[in-house]
Design a protein around this ligand. Structure first.
Ligand code: G3I
Length: 362
């Protein structure tokens, strides 16, 4: 009995290895999946060929080891953002230590291919290492650590990283300030301090504030722009604002997106659509992508790109997609239901949404 079981086990392990997707950083997806070639097309133009502005991709140090990923990355995109490796939790995991391996891999990859790097994110309450929350005695020591961290990271890469999200998601969904550890320990002026620290480290780097929800939440947009106006009034260096653009195929209305874009353009600041994905199954009812939603996603991306084209060219910092393949999207685990929010299938086929982007320039 044991021998037979062992043989079965060995066979299962062998078959499992065969079905393993080459990209070990993502769930194994077999090409037999019914959606592998559904609602896809063969692009004649790449995204970066179609767009007059930079087109970015959130990628990972594990993913740039796979040629099927990098072939598309280098064809479609001329900018990258590290999905997690350039955050404080990864770089500053342990007190007094810096982990440069993964961020360096991404920066060196991009630098060797002339691809722009957008740094994300120096300060984010959801990516602070645990020791920073619990091991720092005094507020002044805390602030010294933050100043040193920001200046260490920005100085290390210099203009190999063209821009940084200095602070990410400082405001809550009620239109107030999040009471993050940074605000608690550095005071209400922590955002201005972080922008100044980054500028002191390298004045050639473009500095952004990055946020989600300001394209539908009027209160959040208002408090964000109040902060931006305060920085501008005081001469604190800020160059642009990132609108993350985690949207649905029907939500929010384009007019609400335009309201946020106009607020930034009115101040002469760069606009970065920094984390684009388009959920097509927000109510979780679909178990597979339908033609109706594939078409809706294509049209949605087309109208978003057309909105972006209305921004004055000198204020267009670019459109960055938050992942390449549907199965790699953070959306699926976060919302807990199937979704197809990105431009490529698990089999690396370009979806109709890719065509929506390209045809936005026709
Ligand atoms: O794969 C690595 C593993 O090798 C490593 O040992 C481990 C160490 O922590 O990390 C693993 O990576 C995980 C990574 O996602 C890749 O899946 C990280 O644990 C995990 O924290 C990381 O989550 C990222 C999250 O931000 C937190 O940094 C998501 O990928 C990323 O999509 C998400 O992105 C955020 C933006 O930064 C801000 N806006 C919202 C957006 C979605 O939450």
């Amino acid at each position: 009995m044991c021998m037979r079981l062992a043989i079965v086990l060995i066979i299962c392990i062998f078959l499992g290895l065969l079905s393993c997707d080459e990209d070990s950083t993502s769930p194994t997806v077999t090409s037999a999946s019914p959606l592998a070639s559904t609602f896809t097309y063969s692009p004649t133009l790449s995204l970066q060929q179609a767009a007059p502005f930079p087109v970015g991709l959130a990628t990972q140090s594990g993913r740039i080891q796979h040629t099927r990923h990098t072939d598309i990355l280098e064809r479609d995109f001329n900018s990258i953002t590290a999905e997690y490796e350039m955050k404080q939790q990864t770089i500053h995991t342990f007190e007094g230590q810096y982990n440069w391996q993964e961020p360096d891999a991404l920066v060196d990859y991009a630098d060797s291919r002339g691809i722009r790097v957008h740094g994300h994110a120096l300060i984010w309450h959801q990516s602070t290492p645990s020791w920073l929350e619990t091991q720092v005695e005094t507020d002044s020591a805390f602030e010294a650590i933050i100043q040193s961290y920001i200046q260490e990271v920005v100085s290390r890469y210099g203009n190999k990283v063209a821009s940084w999200d200095v602070v990410n998601e400082a405001f809550d969904d009620e239109g107030g300030w999040r009471n993050t550890i940074f605000r608690q320990r550095m005071g209400e002026d922590y955002i201005a301090k972080c922008f100044q620290y980054a500028h002191e480290a390298d004045s050639s780097i473009l500095l952004f504030y990055n946020e989600y929800g300001t394209i539908w939440n009027e209160g959040k947009l208002a408090v964000m722009m109040e902060m931006v106006d305060d920085l501008l009034l005081r001469g604190i260096p800020i160059d642009g604002v990132g609108l993350q653009m985690h949207v649905g195929y029907q939500f929010p209305a384009l007019s609400l997106m335009k309201r946020a874009v106009d607020a930034i353009v009115e101040r002469g600041l760069l606009v970065h659509f920094s984390e684009v994905d388009i959920r097509v199954n927000p109510d979780g009812k679909l178990t597979r992508l339908t033609e109706e939603r594939a078409i809706a996603q294509e049209n949605r991306l087309k109208e978003i790109v057309q909105l972006y084209q209305d921004i004055p060219a000198d204020l267009q910092y670019g459109i960055t997609f938050w992942g390449l393949r549907d199965n790699e999207s953070w959306v699926i685990n976060f919302w807990g239901n199937p979704d197809w929010p990105l431009l490529y299938t698990p089999d690396y086929d370009a979806k109709w949404a890719h065509r929506g982007f390209v045809e936005a320039f026709d």
